[in-house]
Design a protein around this ligand. Structure first.
Ligand code: PEP
Length: 251
């Protein structure tokens, strides 16, 4: 079995000011020195330039929270892959449930964004996850399969050689309600098997993060599960001490 390096990625969402993020980044840089897990920060896009400077010389990777699927043109307010390429961006979150729910991003659009990230030589963090009512009606696997299959159909299984998946049950995001390690493991295993239908090696290698109220006191139990390869962290990534504890959680 492949040894997959744990990735802990911060999703700051629409939080922070220059005044707040400078000491936060400084504390994270100092705190992660020498750890074996990979760490990434996805700030609001307006701070990507600042983070490129602040993270220079550190091991911490930089990511964006969103990108347009289009290359350029009259799309007010949008940001392209080539713009992100001007900075040290390595990761781009696509298909976050907030974007699916609040900005009407469909499976097809998410797949197009995934493909754009791939073409730009960056790595997607593809978010998938079910709503509470979908879990309660036993539709979790159906929803996850639909979200994953849409991307395979558009980008091909090869694209997952350089991608990360984040399983984020929508009912657990920002609610303080975490999936149990067993609940999360069950879906992570399902995702890996879904990819394995197309290519075993890719399925075995791809990192699948868990996201949804990961905190300092539950990260380790989650990361210990066989198919959980780290976390996508919202609220807890805004507090240096909490985030650092998560970054240091081991298998
Ligand atoms: C997220 O938004 O990706 C997330 C996991 O948020 P939180 O950790 O706050 O639940």
């Amino acid at each position: 079995m492949t040894e997959r390096q744990i990735l802990v990625a911060a999703n700051w969402k629409m939080n922070g000011t220059l005044e707040a993020i400078r000491p936060l980044v400084d504390a994270i840089i100092r705190g992660v020195q020498g750890i074996s897990n990979e760490v990434a920060i996805c700030p609001p896009s307006v701070y990507i330039s600042e983070l490129t400077t602040l993270l220079n010389g550190s091991e911490i990777r930089l990511g964006a929270q969103n990108v347009s699927h289009l290359e350029k043109g009259a799309f007010t307010g949008e940001i392209s892959i080539s713009m992100l390429s001007d900075f040290a961006c390595q990761y781009v979150i696509v298909g976050h449930s907030e974007r699916r729910a609040l900005y009407a991003e469909t499976d097809v659009l998410v797949a197009e964004k995934f493909k754009a990230v791939q073409s730009g030589g960056m790595t997607s963090i593809l978010c998938v996850g079910e709503l509470l009512e979908e879990r309660e009606s036993n539709d979790t696997e159906k929803v996850i399969a639909r979200q994953i299959d849409a991307v395979i159909e558009k980008a091909g299984i090869e694209a997952f050689k350089n991608a990360v998946i984040a399983y984020e049950p929508v009912w657990a995001i920002g609610t303080g309600k975490t999936a149990t390690p067993e609940q999360a493991q069950e879906v992570h295993e399902f995702i890996r098997l879904r990819l394995a239908r197309h290519d075993n090696q890719t399925a075995d290698n791809v990192r699948i993060l868990y996201g949804g109220s990961v905190k300092a006191d539950n990260a380790e139990q989650l990361f210990k599960m066989a198919d959980i390869d780290g976390g996508l962290i919202g609220g807890a990534s805004l507090v240096a001490e909490d985030f650092l504890t998560i970054c240091k959680a081991m298998r």
